[in-house]
Write a protein that binds this ligand. Structure first.
Ligand code: IPE
Ligand code: IPE
Ligand code: MG
Length: 244
């Protein structure tokens, strides 16, 4: 009789998980409530995602909070969403600090109200020492617009004689995105059954594993997060190499 084999060590967690938090409106409408009720419950589910990420040992969690296209929504809904954002940016900073979570916001801040911009800067400064988890929130964010900004900045640098066109490579483009310094997402989760990217992290998700789940965002649980990570561990990431 041989010795029992040692249990294999658990696989390392994905370093970076990105989530498209979708389905707040349907959650509310299904209960005969106004959409804002879904957004409120959705905002509460953010804590579930943060706590799951901490428990799983994930280093970066990026949440899609508001897209550059979401400005097209009715004024009243946008106002409600901005109100929630103000509330959380004012009240959740201590919660993040207690857990060693660093906040970083990506997206077009110029379109946000100046007082929200100020709250974001304050929150980022106040949590800058967080080392357990970097929480990236995408607000007024669009992947195409982010890539266009990077192209513009590179063109300006060429025009200023700082760089030459042939020096522009993938690393340089990545370095001019707002996610500069953050590893690409390993796992992208979208809730609510929709199977699309909706202009989220287009460049960065080139080789992300995609997991689509039916849960509506306000109902998102720790088990949903863990199940998505299990599915991720079952995938073979090939990056274009031969299988097997
Ligand atoms: C996601 O929920 C939150 C935002 C896009 C701000 P939705 O509001 O898109 O919910 P559905 O897709 O209409 O159910
Ligand atoms: C993507 O969801 C944006 C966020 C979750 C913040 P949407 O609900 O806006 O995406 P579409 O319109 O269904 O593609
Ligand atoms: Mg939606």
């Amino acid at each position: 009789m041989g010795v029992f084999p040692l249990a294999a060590p658990p696989p390392p967690p994905p370093a970076h998980v990105a989530i498209i938090m979708d389905g707040n409106g349907r959650w509310a409408l299904g209960r005969g409530l106004r959409r804002i009720a879904g957004h409120k419950r959705g905002a509460e589910a953010v804590r579930t995602a943060i706590e799951s990420a901490l428990r799983l040992g994930i280093s970066y969690l990026t949440l899609f909070g508001f897209s550059s296209e979401n400005w097209k929504r009715p004024e009243a809904e946008v106002r409600d969403l901005m109100g929630l954002l103000r509330y959380y940016l004012s009240n959740e900073i201590a919660y993040l600090n207690e857990r060693g979570v660093r906040l970083q916001v990506i997206g077009d801040r110029a379109r946000l109200h100046p007082d929200i911009g100020a709250l974001i800067e304050k929150g980022e400064r106040a949590t800058a020492a967080g080392r357990r988890l970097t929480l990236v929130i995408a607000l007024s964010y669009g992947g195409r617009s982010e890539i266009a900004s990077a192209a513009r900045r590179l063109a300006e640098r060429v025009a200023a004689g700082e760089i030459r066109p042939h020096e522009i490579d993938e690393t340089m483009i990545a370095g001019h995105l707002e996610t500069c310094g953050i590893p690409d997402p390993d796992l992208l989760i979208r809730t609510s059954g929709e199977k699309r990217i909706s202009n989220f992290l287009l460049w960065q998700c080139a080789y992300a594993e995609l997991v689509f789940i039916d849960t509506l965002w306000p109902d998102f649980t720790r088990q949903d997060f863990e199940q998505a990570v299990r599915e991720y561990h079952g995938r073979e990431r090939r990056y274009g190499a031969a299988s097997g």
